[in-house]
Design a protein around this ligand. Sequence first.
Ligand SMILES: [Zn+2]
Ligand SMILES: [Zn+2]
Ligand SMILES: [Zn+2]
Length: 638
Amino acid sequence: MSGFDLDKAIMKFAQQFVEMMSNDNNDEELADPSKWVKHKDDKENIKRAIDHFFYARKVRYVELKSVTAGELKSSEKATEFIEKGNKQFKKENSWKDSLELYTQGVMHAPPNSHALARAYANRSAALSDGGLYDDVILDIGRALEIGYPDDLKPKLWMRRAMCSLLLNRTLNPDAQKDLVDASNLLAELNSNDNEYVNEIMNKKLSTISSMKTPHEKIDYEIFLPKIVKENTKLMGVTDAVELQYSEKYGRQVVATRDIKAGEAIYVHKAYASIIESTVAHKYCWHCSKQVWAGVPCHQCVSVIYCNEKCRDEAWQEYHDIECLIIPQFIRLKGVVDLGTAGPLALKITAKVFKEAGSLEKLKEKIDELNTKQGDNITKCFSGDVFDSMKYEAVYSLSRLAKIEILSSASVFILFCFAANTEIFGKKYGEIDKFEKNKWMIFMGALIMRHLDICISNSKRDYMKDEDRKEVIRGTEMFPFFSLINNNCDPNVVDYHSGNVSAMITLQQIKKGEQIFISYQPPYWSSSPRERKASLLKYFNFDCDCTACKNEWDVQSINSFPSGELDLPLSIKKKLDYFQDKSNLGQSVTATSTVINYLQKISLSMELMNLHQEDMEYPTQEMMELKLITTSLYKNCTL
Ligand SMILES: [Zn+2]
Ligand SMILES: [Zn+2]
Ligand SMILES: [Zn+2]
């Protein structure tokens, strides 16, 4: 790609899009998308957006393919990352930083290349410094399988043997073989000077005493609650709630019996999820879990997977279609203002296309959904049930976004599909030719709908990284979560591990009451004015929840009645325990703290239940407990 600056070309293309939107034309209707009223029919919306695109014509002669083609794997680029990683690795306590750089080397190296073997081999050294010995063994296996220079092999064999020794505490046959192989090859390379070989090997092996004890990886799934009894109509949801419909809220989730604090409302996987580009080398593109020794996509440079299984599943389900489009999308962020809704809509479109198998079948499916009979609730059911893992649940989600945001972005995604995939029968290099494809409007309209759904319903993942810094990991689509309405004093907390999300009650909920989350930070961490303004701006409603009507903020907690007087001494003591904030704990980073955390969570819930038996909601103590439980769950996400 020498002489052609891909980044520049893409930025130019994107800017032309934006310019077009403000282009002076004599056709007023077409010229100004901000004046467009959203048509009920998606097809009419996309037709107008495409017409507008061709009308403006400025980019008509741009070759689609050259600006929408993905960044290719390159040994040079990979080597750059590896060299940077080596530099970093020499510094003290920098295994994590070098690990990240080596992983980027892994992502950029062509399949089976020397650069890839080198990236794996060097990463194994960083992993070894971090005490991640299982991962060292994996990476060394990968490096050796691809082919690694003979003179460097003994080092890898010895490293692997030592890690295996530290993990298993005995010299198992694999480790023995590694040491024999290392010794034989060293002898061969050093004209059978056995004394010299022994010296090198002993020197290396003696470093084992300074190696860390194996790093404990915490499986955060342990914090996912269990549903006591599952709903027969709502998959992955408790039988203590049902879906109802009201004029004010639309679809709503309502308790069908009294629910105690600490019960699980739902636990299920995301229909689709994406990882933020800034942390794309740290979390699995398929299951969203943290990755230490990840494997790359064979084709693109944008994603990493936990292992070969996640990579294969992703490829089967959607990634072969989205693979070469994702990078452009990430780069366009900020030019066409989409945030992460763009890549998520792209993934959903790829996924549903793969599920259907062909454009004909996909159209049949969409036609069927559009003409489906049923009330406001059963319309989103698959057969007799609401299943968050099924496309029906996604397709029915509400949509709010403004048409001018959707137009340029939808047309751009559509052209990316045309230029980089064969879903339209072949790859289209030029826009003019694609214009005649009979599926253009259908797919454009579907993409526009997905984009609209993603902007209005996707959920961003705020979490702590391994250094306990707050990061946004990615964006996910949980159809059931999207059915839950807003209250700035939420009665549930949500928790996620990988791409599995759960919702747990923070307080007792009476039969007939609605389940509420807060779309903006809850009243105890926001000002009434700010949150009301954001709700109006992003969700288009004027919040009239109790917290907003009474203008609650964190200070308001002190004005609630205190229930402490009515509490038995034993409970008071437990409350005191929590009132000392140092007992809340800062983070869950070691297995030993997991049990402790689980105990704290259940204690907090137990206190809430005891307290709510006698007292009218809200009291100071109840609010404190809600805050405590929320922060406990926040501290154990990774
Ligand atoms: Zn994974
Ligand atoms: Zn890929
Ligand atoms: Zn409110």
